[in-house]
Design a protein around this ligand. Structure first.
Ligand code: 5RP
Ligand code: FE2
Length: 238
């Protein structure tokens, strides 16, 4: 089990060089990434289009990293099997993307993946309250989805705390994961608010030293938690 208030780092390949996607995935794995975040955009739910299941399937043999797939797709249900077959470990779907979220999350689990529910900045925390028994993660959008490289929306911080409280109240280990605008300045407040996983695109792939960037983000998060060791690892006493 991942300790609460740990700080797992998930580089978003969106900010990497797509012409060398397999090398980029391997590079962040070697640099100490905990997960690989894969942003699928459909040109409908969000204005931008990125890549689909075939791209993810081609990447799957190139790295052992956990594939954290963020579907910005509506309607999404007809596509879930393709992403599960492509090698997704976790599939996040948006609470805003369809009227049958409960059925969608159940379908993700039935396909053998873990499930995440993504929530846009304008959507209140209560929108996920009735599906927490079906999710392993809440993906809190700290930008409006659609592009990388956007500015962190600080007004989402109180919602992070509310979602952490809701997640803890279930008694299950539900990750509270930030997505968008995470960098050395924003990761600390997000961690203090109750998050434990961080997607970062530009703040990793936009640098020349992925290991330094990943380590710096992890340390910046954990530095906000009293009792955390200097080596950046979660304090087992917490
Ligand atoms: O879901 C996303 C955008 O919709 C991306 O995961 C996110 O924006 C990561 O990029 P950056 O760290 O550059 O903001
Ligand atoms: Fe994402």
């Amino acid at each position: 089990m991942i300790p609460k208030h740990s700080a797992l780092i998930a580089p978003s390949l969106l900010a990497g060089d797509f012409s060398r996607a397999a090398e980029e995935a391997a590079a962040v794995e070697a640099a100490g990434a905990d997960l690989l975040h894969l942003d699928v955009m459909d040109g409908h739910f969000v204005p931008n289009i990125t890549f689909g299941a075939q791209f993810i399937k081609a990447l799957r043999p190139k790295t052992k990293l956990f594939f954290d797939v963020h579907l910005m797709v509506a309607p999404v249900d007809a596509h879930l099997k393709a992403f599960a077959d492509a090698g997704a470990d976790r599939i996040h779907v948006h609470v805003e993307a369809g009227p049958h979220l409960h059925r969608t999350l159940q379908a993700i689990r039935d396909l053998g993946c873990t499930a995440g529910v993504a929530i846009n900045p304008a959507t209140p925390a209560v929108a996920v309250a009735e599906v927490l028994d079906l999710v392993d993660a809440i993906l809190v959008m700290t930008v409006n989805p659609g592009w990388g490289g956007q500015k962190f929306i600080t007004s989402t911080l109180p919602k992070i705390t509310r979602l952490r409280e809701m997640a803890d109240a279930t008694g299950r280990d539900i990750a509270v994961q930030m997505d968008g605008g995470i960098d050395l300045e924003t990761i600390g407040p997000a961690h203090a608010a109750g998050a434990d996983r961080y997607v970062a695109g530009s703040a990793i792939f936009g640098t020349g030293d992925y290991a330094r960037a990943i380590d710096g983000l992890r340390r910046a998060a954990l530095a906000t938690v009293r009792g955390t060791g200097e080596d950046g690892r979660p304090d087992p006493m917490r």
